[in-house]
Design a protein around this ligand. Structure first.
Ligand code: LLP
Length: 419
């Protein structure tokens, strides 16, 4: 599943002892395994081989340039959601013809830049956005290509903050609106309607919600055909779940086995937008224990990483396994005790684990917060004026600093003092 394994009780990433990285680069520190990233990408590619889909890695899940470059070099396209992500895509020389762009709030400037760049298509989320894309393309005397993002009203049974395909969510358009759009497609000058897009949510562990959504989409594709609308692409989004704790998510093969026959029938070119599946288990956050605090209620293990470094536990109540870099062999240390692993941020919501059974750890010891490769660094912030952490990429027995730790100067260098 991933390349973070113990050797003689010490945690390694591929061929590199992680404690060496922690000492060299200090903590908190994100460490990624390039082999795991590629392995997951290739697993998906292989599972879908008969369809030869374009796999557009979802940049929001991990937008480090080295991660993007690694995937692009190996044939991935990119799924972007902002002008900033387009900028990153260009920096890693992603072919514009392999970039797709979703987001409910694309600005005129972002649309202009994307049309000029010649991205493959926009995933359009509203009628107004479509009109704006049409205006921009006309003004630029260029063609804009679009897929209409359908909200199929399917509950993916995941956390409600990452559910995107039900009527309550802001994403996509319902079938009726999509029908109106296609009936009036001649009115949108300089817009080519290439296909449909659907993304119902993230960390979805069962295939059934995907299938339910796809069945509805396929019926709509047939209806469009009868209306004389011929499409070229079906973009099925991302959302594949991974193991954080005891989940039993579908594997790439199981997923493909069930959805490929449905997709084949459409005869359309298929696009996938995985993020978490590729990078989730490919990265960890290394942190050091600063204090141990016993109260009447429980034990607090105070570490140097906080919710500004990894917000998922605070924001979604997400579970991340926490393991010591050095596994203890003495029995007395292995007695488990209910603990909270907390950061230095001034909020009670700042925790990496709550009421977790954890063996004794000493001050100065290093811990690994597992499965932090997706929506980890990319959601980090400077809250409490904390410098964002460094990131390291491991390749075999080599490692590369792929983002320097921020400095105090970085924290203030855009600010001006007035008054
Ligand atoms: N495509 C679209 C249109 C998306 O909105 C997303 C994720 C993806 C693809 C990639 O989804 P994935 O394969 O990674 O599930 N911050 C949350 C997850 C937010 C997902 C947002 N959209 C978390 O930490 O769980």
């Amino acid at each position: 599943m991933h390349d973070f394994k113990y050797r003689d009780n010490e945690l390694y990433c591929e061929g590199v002892r992680i404690e060496d990285l922690a000492r060299k680069f200090s903590t908190p520190l994100y460490v990624y395994s390039s082999h795991t990233i590629l392995d997951h990408f290739l697993k998906l590619k292989k599972a879908f081989a008969t369809l030869k889909p374009l796999i557009c890695f979802s940049v929001k899940s991990n937008s480090n340039l080295s991660v993007l470059r690694l995937l692009v070099k190996n044939g991935a396209g990119l799924d972007i959601v902002s002008g900033g992500e387009l900028y990153r895509a260009k920096k890693v020389h992603a072919a514009p013809s392999r970039i797709v762009y979703a987001s409910v709030g694309k600005s005129r400037q972002e649309i202009e830049e994307s049309v000029k760049t010649g991205i493959l298509f926009f995933n359009v989320e509203s009628l107004q956005e479509l009109s704006l894309i049409s205006d921009v393309a006309t003004a630029l005397k260029k063609q804009a290509r679009v897929c209409i993002r359908i909200n199929p009203n399917i509950d993916p049974h995941t956390h409600r903050y990452i559910t995107t395909g039900t009527v309550e969510s802001k994403f996509g358009v319902d079938f009726d609106t999509a029908r109106i759009i296609f009936l009036n497609r001649e009115n949108f000058k300089n817009v080519q309607f290439l296909g449909l897009h659907v993304h119902i949510g993230s960390q979805i562990t069962q295939v059934d919600p995907f299938l339910a959504a796809l069945r509805r989409i396929c019926r709509f594709i047939d209806e469009l055909k009868r209306m004389g609308v011929c499409l070229e692409y079906l973009n099925i989004g991302g959302g594949l779940g991974i193991i954080y704790k005891e989940e039993k998510p579908q594997t790439a093969e199981e997923f493909a086995h069930r959805v490929v026959p449905v997709l084949k029938k459409t005869g359309l070119k298929i696009i996938l937008e995985p993020g978490r599946f590729i990078v989730g288990n490919s990265g960890i956050l290394v942190t050091q224990v600063r204090y141990i605090k016993e109260t009447q209620a429980k034990r607090f293990i105070v570490v140097d990483a906080g919710m500004n470094d990894l917000v998922r536990p605070s924001l979604y109540g997400a579970y991340h396994e926490i393991q010591p870099l050095l596994k203890s062999v003495t029995c007395d240390k292995n007695i488990l005790k209910k603990s909270d692993v907390v950061g230095p941020i001034c909020e009670s919501g700042d925790f990496l684990a709550k009421d977790r059974l954890i063996p004794w750890v000493d001050v100065g010891e290093y811990l690994a917060v597992m499965s932090a490769g997706a929506y980890g660094f990319s959601m980090s912030s400077n809250y409490n004026s904390r410098c964002r952490s460094a990131e390291v990429m491991v390749k075999g027995s080599k490692f590369y600093l792929i983002r320097e730790r921020e400095s105090f100067e970085d924290l203030v260098n855009k600010e001006k003092v007035t008054g």
